[in-house]
Write a protein that binds this ligand. Structure first.
Ligand code: ADP
Ligand code: MG
Length: 358
């Protein structure tokens, strides 16, 4: 049997002239939780609907559990689904909502009772069986939605922005609950979100989408630390971009020039001497030093133009000799006043090049 639980092979889906999914390929391993992450309109829901069978791709094939299901209707695909609008039946109790998928599958009453009890225990909703959805908070409603999606133990769980209607604190808590439940039941899950923090926290792998295609797929760490395109770097976390040119290649390092300043940085992709590249740095990857404290590689004089206190960190705007402004965030152990002269160090291991220029 195939190691993949879900496969999209070059799936395209159009709405009239608009290409919502453009030869999209995705392979999800058994037991893996993959997130489709990208801005609104990039084709996440369309891809999800091709997996569920709510859409028939115009081109390409969809496989679940190694079987071609492109022409198999949704109800025969053995999937659990959770959506943004909780979609509970308002006139039915919590118990009946969760029992519903078992009832329509014609399972015997005793077995149903045991499965519903299990599902409610899993989402910590025991004791609320007789409530109506109206009498539940948003978070509780979404938990019932989750219980209803997994009560019949589908192999695959699909979640499309399931937390978008919840407030920030609850969203943060529910991430961990969802991950825990999916792991406990050894389900394979595809999770759609436009929230990068959610994607990083939840996923085994993240697929970053733009214009109907996957730009990069990798572990949260890969995506955050070594984005391969400007789009991915910009979409995930805070970053500054500096345009430069490759001066020399030295094994796993590259020497680059930015407006005459020379830097040695990590090289993660193929580069050629003379090539235009973008140096990408996260504000928390740069170091600030007292003026005169150190000289040497990757250290430049700069001045502080602005300081903002953020609680956990202090956010500085610093101006480099080439007049470029950068953000630097520090833990605040050492304070620098606006107007003061400092040194900025670019640690070679924490600076990355993207083989694109703006
Ligand atoms: N039923 C539809 N008819 C026409 N255009 C659609 C329809 N559904 C989605 N689209 C368009 O397809 C693109 C992708 O939409 P969607 O998959 O919903 O993106 P996402 O879920 O990433 O926000 C968007 O430009 C959207 O406006
Ligand atoms: Mg959507």
């Amino acid at each position: 049997m195939s190691e993949w639980m879900i496969e999209l092979h070059e799936v395209s889906k159009r709405y009239g002239d608009l290409i919502a999914n453009d030869r999209l390929s995705l392979h999800v391993k058994k037991g893996e939780l993959i997130t489709l992450l990208g801005p609104s309109g990039c084709g996440k829901t369309t891809a999800m609907r091709c997996i569920t069978g709510q859409h028939r791709p115009d081109e390409g094939r969809v496989f679940i559990g190694g079987n071609d299901v492109t022409d198999v209707p949704t109800h025969k695909r053995d999937l659990g689904m959770v959506f943004q609008n909780f979609a509970l039946f308002p006139h039915m109790t919590v118990y009946d909502n969760v029992d519903f998928p078992l009832m329509i599958r014609g399972l015997p009453k005793e077995q149903r009772r045991a499965l519903v009890a299990d599902a409610l225990r899993l989402i910590r909703m025991e004791g609320l069986e007789q409530r109506s959805p109206r009498q539940l908070s948003g978070g509780q409603q979404q938990r019932v939605g989750l219980a209803r999606a997994l009560v019949y133990r589908p192999k695959v769980l699909l979640l499309d922005e399931p937390l978008s209607n919840l407030d920030a604190k609850l969203r943060e808590e529910m991430r961990f609950e969802i991950k825990e439940v999916v792991t406990k039941l050894e389900m394979t899950a595809v999770y759609v979100t436009h929230d990068q923090a959610e994607a990083l926290a939840l996923s085994d792998r993240v697929a970053v989408m733009k214009d109907g295609r996957i730009q990069q797929i990798g572990t949260p760490r890969d995506i955050y630390e070594t984005p391969r395109t400007l789009f991915v770097a910009d979409f995930i976390g805070l970053s500054d971009f500096i345009q430069g040119n490759v001066l020399a290649i030295e094994n796993d390092r590259a020497r680059i020039s930015i407006d005459g300043l020379q830097l040695r940085v990590n090289r993660t992709s193929d580069l050629t001497v003379g090539q235009a590249v973008t140096l990408f740095v996260r504000p928390n990857n740069l170091e600030l030093l007292d003026a005169g404290a150190e000289t040497g590689e990757n250290v430049f004089e700069a001045s502080i133009s602005k300081m903002t206190y953020l609680g956990d960190t202090i956010d500085y705007r610093v101006i480099l000799p080439n007049r470029q402004e950068l953000r630097v965030q520090t833990d605040g152990q050492r304070r620098f006043e606006p107007g003061s002269e400092v040194l900025v160090r670019f640690p070679p291991d924490r600076c990355h090049l993207i083989a694109e220029s703006e």
